[in-house]
Design a binder for this molecule. Sequence first.
Ligand SMILES: Cc1cc2nc3c(=O)[nH]c(=O)nc-3n(C[C@H](O)[C@H](O)[C@H](O)COP(=O)(O)OP(=O)(O)OC[C@H]3O[C@@H](n4cnc5c(N)ncnc54)[C@H](O)[C@@H]3O)c2cc1C
Length: 305
Amino acid sequence: MSESTTYDIIIVGGGPAGMTAGIYAARAGLKAIILEENITGGLVNSTYTVENFPSYPTIHGMDLMKKMRAHVDSLEVEVEEVCEIESMSLEGDIKIVETDDETFNAKTVIICTGRKPIPLNVPTECDQVHHCAICDGGPYKGKRVLVVGGGNSAFDESLYMITLGIEHITLVEVMDRFFAAQGTQDQLLGTGKVDARSETKVVDLVVENDELKAAVLENVATNQQETVPVDGVFVFLGQNPNNELFAKKIELSKNGYIITDEHMATSIPGVFSAGDINDKAYRQITTAMSDGTIAALAAERYIRT
Ligand SMILES: Cc1cc2nc3c(=O)[nH]c(=O)nc-3n(C[C@H](O)[C@H](O)[C@H](O)COP(=O)(O)OP(=O)(O)OC[C@H]3O[C@@H](n4cnc5c(N)ncnc54)[C@H](O)[C@@H]3O)c2cc1C
């Protein structure tokens, strides 16, 4: 697309919020483009089974996102994937978004950048640290992994890794109990392949020749340390908002989420936001889609008045 094209809406982020906004924009006759730094689908791509999306009692996350993307494509919404946004100029009547190789102009912007996993904060880094069992679990068949976190994600993803044939899981939670649903805890521990430890944190990793060999764990009650041999680490410590692009421009909550009104309007006229990046109580696929719907309709009204 040439540099002179002015869009009605630039949608930043192609998860459920962004794709829904794209569908509504297209159906309103607006010229919209989705700029996605990875592939479309967002966090749902790494959710093994979605069981609360009305019309599909159970569906693989990636399959659901492929269907959503097909809908977007059927309406000829432009999509740019693997697209690194370098800057956004949001204040004027025409918003400007610059990527590594192109400049996009639009009357409105809808920010749908969602969240990203909280990293494992230890001194030694290595390529064997992951945040998604569906994406990265396969190569660990027959091997030992460390799972960090004691909530639903940690237990659900561990169960999935057992089905992949992972030999043994050490699961650590720093608090004095696990927070996953009791049924899921029972199911995972019932496999006999999991050593689950509360009051335990990861202090460091042992890496030799770029290969992870072990994790150093510490019992926070006794301060006792132990080195446990592992081949991979899967971290499920929750999520942080993806706000680096606009953190200094748009009004955010103290936790870094965008504050909007009921029309998904942000503190900057013509800039809307939708989905998990918003300051709100419930972050789900359906609520992200609802926000995306409202943001696109509100952007349409902004453009037409
Ligand atoms: C482990 C886990 C399991 C879950 N399971 C369920 C479930 O079963 N059911 C359910 O309803 N919800 C579930 N959720 C919540 C659901 O995934 C989110 O509410 C939903 O994905 C939010 O959609 P979104 O479009 O706002 O954000 P996201 O899905 O996070 O999408 C944001 C998109 O923006 C892109 N992006 C970020 N920054 C930039 C940038 N600078 N430039 C361009 N693109 C960018 C990202 O790559 C991503 O594709 C789960 C969440 C997690 C973490």
